[in-house]
Every structure is written in structure tokens, then in C-alpha cells.
Design a protein around this ligand. Sequence first.
Ligand code: ZN
Ligand code: ZN
Length: 466
Amino acid sequence: MLRIESSDVIPARIDSSNQDAFQGRNFTLVKPRWVDDSQASSCKLCHNKFNQIRRRHHCRSCGLVLCNKCCSEKLPLPQFGSQLADRVCSACFPIASCVTMSYSPQQEFRLQAALSLSTLCRDKPAPVVALGGAHMLVNLAKLTQHSNVDIMVHISSAIHTLLMHTDLVEWFVSIGVLNALSVMLGVPSSAVALKQYTVLTESLNSLRTIAKANDSLKLKVAENACLSASLQLCSRQDPSISLVAATVVSLIAQYQPTHGHILAVPNVLRTIILKISNSEEEQITEQMLKILEVLSKGNDEIKHSITSEDAACGSLLAKVFQTNPKNLQIYVNTASTVGNLATNSIDQVLLQSSFNAVLSALNRSFPNYVTYELIRAAANFAYHRCNSQFLIQNFSTVVKLLNHSNASIQNETFRCLFNLFSNRSMDTIQLLSRNGVESFLTRFSEQSALMENTKNFLNSTKSNYA
Ligand SMILES: [Zn+2]
Ligand SMILES: [Zn+2]
């Protein structure tokens, strides 16, 4: 049972254990249960009482009992496995006839079916779902593939219209809508630009709705060919398409179990990194960086792939800082990505220019949330001994943040200096003696007190661990 526009709807079901309408050539639906004659004293549509003259008739599409006037249309219903003309009520007829027409091998009938249904999806979503209209869209996508772009236009807009009903999203995915969308995303580039644009934006917006719904649907999108199609569309010139595509992928990437699928797409990191550098739209850059940022939280192997790819592309991450974006989230995402990559010890040489960029950015004045990401990245770099010299050269940039008004920034600054101190104690002390020694030592003594407490705790509970 689904809820559409405040009414309960029993969606059509395929007459098999496999509910995917994209599988097989056509689908056959479970026949409607016939309402018993004795339970119907009047016509369900016109409400006139049945009598000797006004006889009862069953609609083969919905199973209700109606009078002859309301149930006079005749239609073959291949969706219920029937090739002969059957009685269909006037409420069912518009939708049932679309589904019937979609079974025709002739393109013009299919086009008519898709066109009419796209209007019905807007006006009568509940009966569309109950009578197999949603199944028809999925199946028609499969049958038509890329042979008729006009049909694709109607299918993609009808799917998007239905997906606006939140309760339908999960169910629509269960009957194979992702496969239909992946066909739509492959709309041939030879198609008329406006039609191509409509198919792509409608389908990407549908995917965004699905990816937004919940984590398990994010994973389903990631497992489908829709993912690599969306990633490819991120590189499109048209910013209104690449932005939605980037948003879709970045939504999916927010759920960590999808990362394996994302990284398995050929050249994915190159696609992302190049788009970060060559997009003129800051919103797109922001989304692409958001994808890279969550991926960079992965294991060392993933970090290494990102770092190597960035180095191969000419250290584009470091260059983001130089472009002076207005959108501050771009700095946050870049600094966070670089900071995540910085924990991998084997990549320090490749990351030099990124470290350099982080330190120069620290000289500028930013809101706290940006400065925090920058100093956090610097602290991660400071952990590696090979970066000590460079940090010593930029000591004054870092040390002044020790007295920053924000506690999290203070903490990361201390961590940065403490890491440097661990690697180069004498140099650090010498530099501190000129500036910041008091703040540093105060912090240090707090940490030492913490360590002392920890030691005491361990001693007191030693017997428990022995
Ligand atoms: Zn009637
Ligand atoms: Zn009916």
C-alpha cells in the first residue's frame, strides 16, 4: 500500500516473483480481484442502483462492478495477458489504453502512449500506479532504448513527475526505474539539443530525488549503470547539466559503502580533479570537491590514488587556493581533502605544493571554519618529519594562531607545533623562545597533566588488564 496525494493506493504487481519491469520483453500484471456482485448494489462511478435493466459489469482493469454506460469501452489488455477486447470502465480507460498501446511494436503508438501517460502522471498519479502505468514507463524505456528521442522526452518527464511523490520513490526503484533512467542518461548526442537537454535534466533530477531519499537507495544508484553515466555527465560543458550530475554523485558519495562503486568507474578521479580545475561555475567545483573530500577519508590506498592522480594532473588541488573563489566552501572542501591526504606518509613529496598552498592560505584572513580546516591540514602535514624544514620557514604563520579566539583552531595549532616539536625539538624551542613560548608551554602543561592523569588511571586499573 502506498500513499499518493492523501489517498491509499495498491500498486500494480507483476505476475511473477521478479517485480522488475525492465526485465523481459513485456510484463504481465496480476489480474485485479473481482468485486463480488452481491457487494455492489450501485455503479461505482455514476452511483445509479443496479436493477433488471441496469445490469452489472466488471471492469477487467480494476475489477469493480459498474453499469453498462460507465463500462462500455472495449480494449485488449496484454498487460493482463489478454489479447481480446475486454470491458474497461471509463475511469480506467485513459490509463489502461496507454499501457495497451505501449505493447505495440509501432513507434507511433508507443509515442502516443508515452505522451498521454506523461500528462496522466501529473493529473492522476494514483491510478497510474495502480494500473501499471509506472511499469509501462520502465518497460518502454527498455523497448525503445535510444531509437526515439521523443519517447525518451515523455518517459523521462513522466518518471520525474511520479518521483515527486515521496512515498513512491522506494517502490519505483523496486520495479526497475534505475535501469530506465540509465537508458535515459545515454540519450544520443545526435539528438536535437533541446530534447537531449530535457531528457538529461529530467532524468538527473529523478536520480537526485532517489539519492536524497535514504542510504540504501544511494547504494542502489551506485550499483546501477546510472552512477558512471552521471559521472560522465559531470564533464558536460553545459553547466546546468553538469551541476545536477555533480550533485547526484556527491549525494551518493555521502554514504561511505558507495565508495567502492565510485572508485571502480574508469578514470573517475581524473574526471573529478579535472572538473574541479576547469569548471567556471563555483557551485560545480564545490560539489566535485565534496565528492573528493569524502573519498579522501578512505584508506591509504585510496588516498594514494587521489594524490597521484592530482600530481599527474599538475597538482590542481593546490591551484584551487590561487583562484580566489568567492565560495568559501571551496576552500573548506579543498583544505579538508588535502588534510585527509596528508596523513599518508608515502605521499609527502607529491603533496609538497598542496602543503605550500595551505600555508600561504593561512596568511589570509578567513572565517573560523575555513581557518580550522587549513590549520588541521597543516597539523597533519607537520606529523611527517620531512615537512619540518618547510614548517620552520613558515613558523610565524602558524604560531600566531596559538592565541586565536577559537578553541578548535588553538587545539589544531598546538597539535601542529607539537608535531613539529616531536620531530625537531631544539629548532622548535628556539623559534618559540622568540614568539609564543608561553602559550605553547601552557598548552603543553595541560597536555602533560592529561598524560599524567592517563598514567594514573592505567596504574590504578593495571590489575584489571594483567
Ligand atoms: Zn455507471
Ligand atoms: Zn476500471
